[in-house]
Design a protein around this ligand. Structure first.
Ligand SMILES: Cc1cc2nc3c(=O)[nH]c(=O)nc-3n(C[C@H](O)[C@H](O)[C@H](O)COP(=O)(O)OP(=O)(O)OC[C@H]3O[C@@H](n4cnc5c(N)ncnc54)[C@H](O)[C@@H]3O)c2cc1C
Length: 324
């Protein structure tokens, strides 16, 4: 099976670090960067880093060398600019005017997963769902298989309460470590995140650098078979090889969003270069050269048609960020 379509690989150096105090873009940094080891880029294009492959630039993109580097950088920034974490951009529309402030992207140093014993995994905030679920399988830890089908990072799962097949992050999260926009590091237990469907109370600008997930004892063969089943089900039902952003709208109480979209006659509907997927009507697709305005505008058009047809107000699941 081909690998699913994904953003370009991490732009980090092999050892997870960048040369001392590098600023790309030829302008002065928002904070003194002596001793900062990560990579700081001004006017950084984000389209290549997100699944939709559209949208503008980050005023600043910071790719920290490690957790201490991130803490130090944000402490120096001291909340003077807005901070936004970026995972694999699998649930994001980056608007065409770009993102103000600093976008933080976690690289290889944050992509590790370790078995802590007692069926607990410690996962870096940048680790992928596939890595977490396959590490769990190899360690005989059941209950994390659903992450196999969600193409994001642990940080994105924790913020979005990612879920599938009747399970969600709220069911497995013990706690997470976050760096706040002023550089403060705190450990948040799951109960502080007030989880609901695809929503958490994670503070604005907080960057999840690690999380501990609880599973239970399981047979690696059975776990592996379930992961294969999930991968196949995804392949059959979702446009995995398209430029997309996952489920566009939350399922309203008592409804399936895709059915409401379909019933409103929106299957295949287009606006500019954006299209409602023929394969799964709760997915929007960039058919080639869509702008983020096309994609977001199509989503709004679908919402209008669904409201007119069934009276239901669909709520966006995809996060839309930045300047129009
Ligand atoms: C083909 C496809 C299928 C999908 N299927 C599912 C599914 O079954 N279930 C499901 O729940 N989702 C699904 N999604 C959506 C998406 O994968 C999830 O929402 C995922 O949790 C997003 O992770 P990400 O790392 O890519 O986050 P991004 O898309 O990069 O960001 C999403 C949000 O999380 C925040 N964020 C990202 N990293 C961090 C961090 N380290 N710390 C703090 N905040 C952070 C961002 O600021 C943003 O607010 C699917 C997407 C696609 C493209």
């Amino acid at each position: 099976m081909n690998a699913p379509h994904q953003p370009d690989d991490w732009a980090m150096y092999d050892d997870g670090s960048a040369p001392n105090s590098e600023v790309e873009g030829g302008v002065s940094s928002p904070v003194p960067i002596t001793g900062i080891r990560g990579r700081l880029t001004s006017q950084a294009p984000l389209a290549k880093l997100v699944w939709f492959k559209s949208g503008g630039e980050a005023d600043w993109l910071f790719e920290p060398a490690d957790a201490e580097d991130l803490r130090e950088f944000l402490e120096r920034l001291d909340g003077q600019l807005p901070v936004m974490a970026l995972g694999l951009g699998s649930n994001l529309i980056i608007r065409d005017g770009g993102v103000p402030g600093v976008v933080v992207r976690l690289g290889k140093a944050f992509a590790k997963v370790a078995d802590l014993g007692n069926h607990v995994l410690e996962c870096g905030g940048g680790a992928s769902g596939i890595l977490v679920s396959s590490t769990a399988r190899d360690a005989g830890i059941a209950g994390l298989e659903f992450l196999r089908g969600i193409p994001g990072t642990v940080g994105g799962f924790v913020r979005m309460n990612g879920g599938a097949y009747g399970r969600e992050v709220a069911d497995i999260l013990i706690d997470c470590d976050v760096v706040m926009p002023d550089g403060n590091c705190i450990r948040l237990p799951a109960c502080d995140l007030n989880y609901s469907y695809r929503h958490s109370a994670l503070p604005e600008g907080a960057v999840v650098i690690s999380a501990r997930f609880q599973g239970q004892a399981g047979d690696p063969e059975v776990i592996g078979a379930e992961m294969d089943r999930i991968a196949q089900a995804r392949e059959d039902s979702q446009p995995l090889r398209s430029k997309t952003g996952g489920s566009t709208f939350k399922n309203p109480e008592g409804h399936k969003a895709w059915q409401l979209v379909d019933a409103a006659g929106c299957r295949g509907l287009t606006l500019g270069g954006a299209q409602v997927s023929e394969k799964h009507t709760n997915f929007l697709i960039n058919t080639g050269d869509a702008t983020s305005a096309d994609i977001e505008g199509l989503g709004e058009l679908v919402r209008d048609r669904v409201r007119a047809h069934s009276g239901v107000a669909l709520e966006w699941e995809i996060k839309r960020v930045g300047r129009v």
